[in-house]
Design a protein around this ligand. Structure first.
Ligand code: NAD
Ligand code: DAU
Length: 348
């Protein structure tokens, strides 16, 4: 079997690529290598005879046609993924997350591929004030990232309803682990803790996310591709709801860094208070539950990975002007007391 994985040089995509190769499945990895894509993430499989990399954009129908030649199905992970960036600049999100998904779906339709998995997110439910979202709950995304992902999620479903294609939608919760780009809460906090730099916590730090290990997320996506019911959506919940401040404190303790690094900063606009999903459907129908549910253990292991893999993240954080510019743009106005800090922690 050969599978087209899009976004395979990103965080979760790289775990999916590694999983498929370990199972003897052929992989074509189509990735544009945006700021978030890093070929180092799949270096261990780079020379494998069943692995092929194509640098290209999922919005480019010609590239997609070439990449899909001879594949049985598509796992679509390519996306713009950072909520804060979508608030600064939504355009790329509409383009990649919605139009890119449309281009891939069209290719799958014309080629009559055996399956198409749209990797969606728990953000499509919006903030869940009580209980847990099930797959039938109202879809109420709030930020431009979540809204564009919902567009793709429903467009994929329409290809099932209209053309009878084998479409599966997965809605994963907040994912963490090795190879995550250091803009998201967990890797950003780990790196700044290791560097002894202030850690920006939005608002009161009590927003809740449901944390899932990347390896578990990858396994669930692949299981849903093989055994999921056609046209269905599956929540993939890590089952570990925690307040952000709990996560930050655990990281500081695992990194041996002091709590005085915590810096409460101006909140994210339209910040969803709580994400929470029921994982009952995928457990009942496919027998899946996370194999690595212990968040405290997961954080310790992830801190260890970043500690041991400075060569992976230092070029991004220390020597990458684009990241430093982004950091200044994103956080410059947030720090209290009118002060402005640079990505390297120094006061401006
Ligand atoms: P990521 O930002 O780490 O990686 C995204 C990858 O997509 C990068 O390699 C990038 O180069 C590539 N890409 C971006 N635009 C592209 C384009 N136009 N054409 C081809 N490649 C392109 O993302 P991630 O966190 O690994 O997320 C992967 C998928 O999982 C996304 O669809 C995301 O919405 C979804 N998801 C993520 C999480 C999470 O917590 N990270 C949770 C649920 C769902
Ligand atoms: O829920 C799934 C989603 O999880 C995915 O679909 C997205 O691709 C992924 O980026 C993630 O979105 P979040 O916005 O929840 O993740 P992030 O790591 O950006 O933020 C997690 C929480 O931490 C959120 O409440 C905002 C807060 N936060 C984040 C950053 C970057 C801070 O307090 N400080 C920060 O510097």
């Amino acid at each position: 079997m050969n599978i087209l994985v899009t976004g395979g040089c990103g965080f979760i995509g790289s775990h999916v690529v590694r999983l498929l190769i370990s199972k003897g499945i052929g992989v074509v990895n189509l990735d544009k290598l945006t700021y978030a894509g890093n070929p180092e993430n799949v270096r261990d499989v780079g020379r494998h005879p069943k692995y092929r990399f194509i640098k290209g954009d999922i919005c480019d129908a010609g590239v997609v046609r070439r990449a899909a030649r001879g594949v049985d199905g598509i796992l679509n992970l390519a996306a713009e993924t950072h909520v804060d960036r979508s608030i600064l600049d939504p355009g790329a999100f509409i383009r990649t997350d919605m139009i890119g998904t449309y281009v891939l779906l069209e290719e799958a339709r014309l080629r009559r591929l055996k399956f198409f998995v749209q990797v969606s997110t728990d953000e499509v439910y919006g903030s869940v004030s009580s209980g847990k979202a099930t797959e039938g709950s109202p879809l109420r995304p709030t930020n431009p990232y979540a809204a564009s992902k919902l567009g793709a999620d429903r467009l994929a479903h329409s290809y099932y309803a209209t053309y009878g294609m084998r479409i599966i939608i997965t809605r994963g919760s907040n994912t963490y682990g090795p190879f995550q780009f250091p803009e998201k809460l967990i890797p950003l906090t780990i790196i700044r803790a290791l560097l002894g730099e202030p850690i920006p916590v939005y608002g009161d730090g009590r927003n809740v996310r449901d944390w899932l290990r990347a390896e578990d997320h990858a396994e669930a996506i692949w299981l849903a591709a093989r055994r999921g019911r056609t046209g269905e959506a599956y929540n993939i919940s890590g089952g570990s709801e925690r307040e952000n401040i709990w996560i930050v404190r655990k990281i500081l303790s695992a990194a041996g860094a002091p709590e005085k690094l915590i810096s409460y900063v101006k909140d994210r606009e339209g910040h969803d208070r709580r994400y929470a999903m029921s994982g009952a459907k995928i457990r009942r129908e496919l027998g899946w539950q996370p194999r690595r549910p212990d968040i405290a253990d997961g954080i310790r292991q992830t801190v260890d990975w970043y500690r041991e893999n400075r060569r992976w993240w230092e070029p991004v954080v220390r020597r990458n002007a684009a990241f430093r510019n982004y950091f200044d743009r994103q956080y410059g106005h947030r720090w209290g007391g009118g002060g402005r800090r640079r990505a390297d922690g120094k006061q401006k």
